[in-house]
Design a protein around this ligand. Structure first.
Ligand SMILES: NC(=O)c1ccc[n+]([C@@H]2O[C@H](COP(=O)([O-])OP(=O)(O)OC[C@H]3O[C@@H](n4cnc5c(N)ncnc54)[C@H](O)[C@@H]3O)[C@@H](O)[C@H]2O)c1
Length: 319
């Protein structure tokens, strides 16, 4: 999802870090969707990053910038231990090794996650807080961060790991992430459809829009890393409770929209989400110029704009 939006944004602007984008290679285990209107050469490749040979073939063109987003998400990595390590850890190392052995040093952006943090957590997490993951996905992302840091230290890549906030509203249909309901409870009512809320409304978490995630990646691609030090960044976002998200939904889509959400407690999902970060003080990223939305209404509006949904067409909105 984020990769597709990033590719389209790069095709739209045609530049990255002040230079024209002449070639773009999009790679996924399912057939990638070509961005529209790209003036350069687009290579669309399908394969499994867990295959070391595939990783080598991917970097033969020695790109200046590598955005590494391929992963299986939290719920699936927890259910399928082997697949999680094969793709999330093995795939990342394969790509880094392919770059190292091909002898070039690209800017390398790795999408890490808040899942690297485990309880007990303070209400607001400072930049210096240790990663102590309590899930396989979080562990795999933490390993990826360490690899990016070490390969950068050795001069094999010029890497940055971005601990993305939870990205909402995810377009399309629900995925296998344990956080999937955060998008469903907004996306479905905005379409006039019902949604299930498996956690209490007091549940609080850290969010940004897909548009912001793309912005973070593009900003990181052009960052001066000379003074960066540790290569992992906590990013800005919006701290919101589910109750505040629903209030923002009502402001945008009318009070009736919240009637489409049914509370159906799921102890497993509640236990997982309770252990997640609630808010951050991302001083380093802010000083480096990373910016996010400042309120949840903005996140919903970003979704409507990106998906071309007119606010007046939303079911439930009072005329
Ligand atoms: N969406 C979020 O809230 C969020 C938050 C934090 C971090 N992230 C990370 O950002 C990245 C992108 O997230 P997204 O929401 O766009 O997820 P996504 O599931 O839409 O994208 C991940 C892509 O990786 C591909 N993939 C999976 N296994 C692969 C393999 N073996 N080889 C090649 N490609 C493979 C999938 O087909 C998919 O298209 C992921 O690394 C994710 O862990 C996402």
């Amino acid at each position: 999802m984020i990769g597709r939006k990033l590719a389209q944004k790069l095709a739209d602007t045609g530049t990255l870090n002040g230079q024209s984008i002449t070639e773009m290679t999009l790679f996924d285990v399912v057939e990638p969707i070509a961005p529209s209107g790209f003036d350069g050469l687009a290579h669309l490749l399908t394969g499994d990053l867990a295959n070391p040979q595939t990783a080598f073939e991917l970097v033969t063109g020695k790109p200046d910038v590598v955005f590494h987003l391929a992963a299986i998400v939290s719920g699936e990595a927890e259910q399928d231990f082997e697949k999680g390590y094969r793709i999330n850890m093995g795939g990342t190392q394969n790509l880094l090794e392919a770059i190292r052995l091909s002898g070039f040093c690209p800017r390398f952006l790795f999408t890490s996650s808040l899942a690297v943090f485990g309880t007990p957590l303070p209400d607001v997490i400072p930049d210096t807080f240790n990663a102590t993951p309590r899930s396989s996905y979080g562990t795999q992302k933490a390993i990826g961060e360490l690899l990016v840091n070490d390969y950068s230290r050795k001069g094999f890549i010029d890497g940055i790991s971005l601990r993305l906030p939870t990205i909402v509203i995810r377009p399309g249909s629900p995925n296998k992430a344990a956080s999937s309901f955060f998008s469903s409870i907004l996306r479905e009512p905005l379409k006039g459809e019902t949604a299930v809320l498996p956690v209490p409304k007091r549940t609080r978490h850290w969010f940004a829009s897909p548009r912001m995630a793309v912005g973070f990646l593009i900003h990181a691609a052009s960052l001066d890393t000379a003074e960066l030090g540790w290569r992992t960044l906590n990013l800005p976002g919006v701290s919101a409770s589910v109750g505040e998200m629903i209030r923002a939904l009502k402001r945008v889509a009318g009070t009736n929209s919240a009637d489409l959400i049914t509370e159906k407690p799921d102890p497993l999902i509640e236990a997982i989400t309770c252990s997640w970060p609630k808010a951050f003080h991302p001083a380093r990223a802010k000083a480096l110029g990373f910016e996010a939305e400042t309120g949840f209404t903005q996140i919903i509006q970003a979704y409507l704009e990106e998906e071309g949904i007119s606010p007046t067409s939303i079911t439930g909105r009072p005329s």
